[in-house]
Design a protein around this ligand. Structure first.
Ligand SMILES: [Zn+2]
Length: 330
């Protein structure tokens, strides 16, 4: 429906003339699919009013850098009267849906070209891309991770190889997905996921592969609020956890003694500080244990950043990583 609204929007935004019969027809179609026939009769005819309607539907979200909309009829529907029968109405609806799919595919292919022609070349550009994608996610305006019509084009473009601009080391928690929260499609993020976002030796090897061979510019250690892994380690108070869970305690060793519970804070606040502390600690460990990463960071080609994802707001907050290596990890 988005593309269809955009199609209609092109006509409305770009002209101050009273609506022609053809445009009026489009209003009828658009309003008719959204509301009732009553709304159709009262669809605004004054240009300002129509502009407001478009704005309310988010049709003016195009970036400011784009050229002024040119009056261009993408598709020229025949003047259409309200279909007399249900079958006729459904046939019209089906035709509009097919048109919509075609338009979305055209937009998606154009987007793919733009993405491929503008690779991300620096750590700062990679960070800006993640921040922008996370904002779209928070605002409920995801684009790239929603455009399912671009899937075939993306797959085609990725057959020859991948060049993910960022490495995301994050928790296995089902309530977060890096591609969604950063609004990125296939081929954009190289992901390592384990409970508690503590990369083991294979995790470190994966990071090294991405930064050295795939050209990733940014390594993000992404913890999150209400992390069960951090909470379990916190509540074990140093007693060995069952099964293989001891390895989580080992990976977070010392976090409890480093981040003391303050009598003035709630258990949740303390857990939050531990979650932040763990992301910071794991980022430091990557720097400390990977000569390849250290070398690329020193050359300014890669950055390593800890971050925390808030389950309730959807916001990812990036933290600074101090230059010094952590004590006790040499
Ligand atoms: Zn977690």
């Amino acid at each position: 429906m988005l593309s269809f609204l955009l199609t209609a929007g092109l006509c409305f935004v770009s002209t101050n003339e009273p609506p022609s019969h053809e445009e009026a027809t489009k209003v009828v179609v658009k309003e008719g699919t959204r509301t009732s026939s009553k709304a159709v009769k009262h669809s605004p005819a004054v240009p300002e009013e129509r502009a407001k309607t478009e704005k309310a539907e988010g049709a003016e979200e195009a970036p400011k850098t784009l050229p002024k909309p040119v009056r261009r009829v993408v598709r020229k529907p025949k003047p259409m009267h309200a279909p007399a029968t249900l079958a006729a109405s459904e046939a019209v609806q089906q035709r509009l849906m097919l048109d919509n799919v075609k338009l979305q595919q055209e937009v998606a292919q154009a987007q793919m070209r733009v993405l491929l022609e503008n690779p991300i070349l620096t750590p700062d550009a990679a960070l800006a891309e993640l921040v922008a994608g996370n904002k779209r996610f928070m605002d409920g305006k995801r684009v790239r991770s929603l455009m399912s019509n671009q899937d075939p084009a993306v797959r085609d473009s990725l057959i020859k190889g991948q060049a993910p601009f960022a490495v995301i080391i994050t928790c296995s928690d089902s309530r977060l997905s890096d591609n969604l929260i950063f609004d990125q499609g296939l081929g954009r993020l190289f992901t390592i996921r384990e409970a508690g976002n503590c990369p083991d030796i294979q995790g470190l090897a994966s990071v090294e592969y991405a930064v050295e061979h795939l050209g990733s510019k940014l390594v993000v250690v992404l913890g999150h609020t209400a992390c069960g892994a951090v909470k379990a380690v916190k509540e074990a108070h140093g007693k060995p956890m069952p099964g293989n869970l001891w390895s989580l305690q080992a990976a977070m060793a010392g976090i409890e003694t480093e981040i003391h519970e303050d009598p003035n804070e709630t258990p949740t606040e303390h857990l939050r500080r531990m979650e932040r502390g763990n992301a910071l600690r794991q980022a430091r460990i990557i720097m400390d244990r990977s000569e390849i990463v250290r070398h690329l960071v020193a050359a300014g080609k890669v950055k390593v950043l800890p971050a925390l994802y808030d389950l309730s707001t959807g916001r990812v907050t990036f933290m600074d990583l101090p230059a010094e290596a952590p004590a006790g990890h040499h």
